[in-house]
Each structure stands twice: as structure tokens, then as C-alpha cells.
Design a protein around this ligand. Sequence first.
Ligand code: 5GP
Ligand code: MN
Length: 336
Amino acid sequence: MLDITALNNLLATPQKIVITTHHKPDGDAMGSSLGLYNYLIQQGHHTTVITPTDYPDFLSWMPGNQEVMIYTDKKEEAAILIADADLIFCLDFNNLSRINDMGELVRAAKAYKIMIDHHLEPEDFDDYRHWDINACAAAQLVYSFIVDILNNKALINKDVATCLYTGIMTDSASFRLPNTTSTVHRVVADLIDAGAPNSRIHELVYNSASENRLRFLGHCLTNCLEVLPEFNTAVITVNKQDIEKYDVNTGDTEGIVNYALSIASIRLAAFIVERDDKVKLSLRSKGDFPANEICKLYFSGGGHRNAAGGQSSASLQEVVNQFKLILPKYKKLLIQ
Ligand code: 5GP
Ligand code: MN
């Protein structure tokens, strides 16, 4: 275990540091990781961000991105860095199964492990924890870690601010989700003051789609959307042939589930997609409907109440049927 003083003492001299985040990193995963990276390199720490897998192109413009190591591309090099590290920061996840094969390398590593996260039910693998399920993003927690725990607001430069802004913007669905409190807006104001080019960041993340991505979205909404009015639920189901036909890449499916949730009466939306080795589900909900409970109980996953994910090794049709069979159990919550 580490306390704040011991952590501050450690960080007072250059350390070997690995920062990692969850499988298929999203905006908050990359924003929080690169935000912390850009902070730590200013103090001379030898720091490497290692992601378990690749991530979407619309996130690959952030400062420090060119230094990110993708584990699946450089397994041996990554394993050495993890084994040699003095400190390993685990951002935007709290269970080592979320980083695939890297999980056991991190568990076995001699380094102090620091968890910065906002998901429910953390696994007990860390030596220091900055964890708050009320935070709207891990990037918000990196901000408070730097400002309140490390007392170093002066080092929130333009690069740090740009990455943290991106994390907060994407995980709060552009400052719309209920956890976007006045505190979050104050943090965001600080980040803009520190140089985060807010309008440009929106352009880079949200207006950088390919033509294919837009046509795929059209296909999903026209041909793959099923509305179940008796359960106030909408499901978008995408098979492998569609993925191939529209040349869908990492990140191209992100956010499509929100269109299903944008129908006025809908309280629960699912995006169910057939991948090479499994079926992946993304669930979104409105209000107090627990999307994460369905993912946890039935689809080996988890997440937040209003945004959760899971997977299954059953066939696409079986997963869709299973999902529909679960709905009657939640009818009361869905139709209130
Ligand atoms: P998405 O639908 O964008 O893949 O994921 C939405 C949320 O659910 C994210 O906060 C993510 O961390 C969480 N999530 C997605 N897939 C899984 C999973 O397989 N396991 C767990 N525990 N959480 C997941
Ligand atoms: Mn997050």
C-alpha cells in the first residue's frame, strides 16, 4: 500500500512508469492516459502509455499519441516495460480482465499499481486508489489527482489540458449526462484556460468520419433497427457481412447506439454486433435504468448505469433472442 506522502516522495524523482487503460480504448481511456503522460514527462519520468489493443483514428491526434505502444503490436517490448516499471497507472478500468493478456503481466509486476477510475466494484489489485463512481470521466479524476493529490496545477499545460478535455467531453456525451455537474464545468473551464482548444477538439472527434462510416450509420438506422414499443427498447443488430461490406473499422460503430436512444419513448437501447470471435453488446439507458446490471448478469460485462457493455460467445441470433427474453424481467422499470 502507498499513502499520499509516499506517492509524492516517489514522484519527486524520475521513475520508470507505465500507464495503461482498457481494451479498445475510448476517448476517456486515451484522454486520461495521455493527459497523465503529458503531465509526468514534464517531471522527467520515463513514461510509456501501453494500450491492450488498437483504438479509433478519431483519437489518434492527441499530443503524445505517436509515443503510444499498442500491446498486440509489441508484446515482448511491452512485457519488459511492465516488468521493469516502478509505477503502473491503471486508468479508466478497475478489473485486470479489462486489459486482456496484459492483466496477468500487470498483476505479476513488482511496480506499485495506482488505479484512477470511475467504474463500480473495483478489483483489489492496486496499491493506491483514486476512485469515484460519481466522476463523469477518468480524465476528471486525473485532473483532481494532479491538482488535489499532487498539488501541481501549474503543470496542467496545453497538452495535458487538451487530452483531459477530450476524455471529459467524450465520456459525458458532450457535457450532457447527468454526472456533468457544476464541478465538471469548472474543471472544463480550467482546462480551456490552460489552453485546451475546445471547439477544435469537437471538430477532431466528432467531424472526422469517413463517407463509409456515414453510409454504415444509414444502413444501421434503416435496416438494422428494431423498436420494441412494449418495452420502450430499441435494438440495432449488425452481422459480420455488414461489417465487411461497409469496411467498418475500430471506432466506426461508436456512438451508433445513441441514435436508438434518441427516440423519445425509448429508455433502453442496444447495439449488438457480430465480431470475428464473439458478439459484442453496447447498452445505453435513460434515467435510473441499470444497463450495467443486464451486462453483468447476462453478458460477462459491466460499466455504468447509463452506458455499459458486454459480450457473448453465442451466435448473433441467440444473443438477440436472449436480450429480448430478458426484457420482461425489467418491464416495470422500462415502462414507468
Ligand atoms: P461501450 O458500449 O462503449 O463498449 O462501453 C460502455 C461502457 O461499458 C464503458 O464505460 C465500458 O468501460 C463499459 N464496458 C464495455 N464493455 C465492458 C466489458 O466487457 N466489461 C466491463 N466490466 N465493462 C465494459
Ligand atoms: Mn471512462
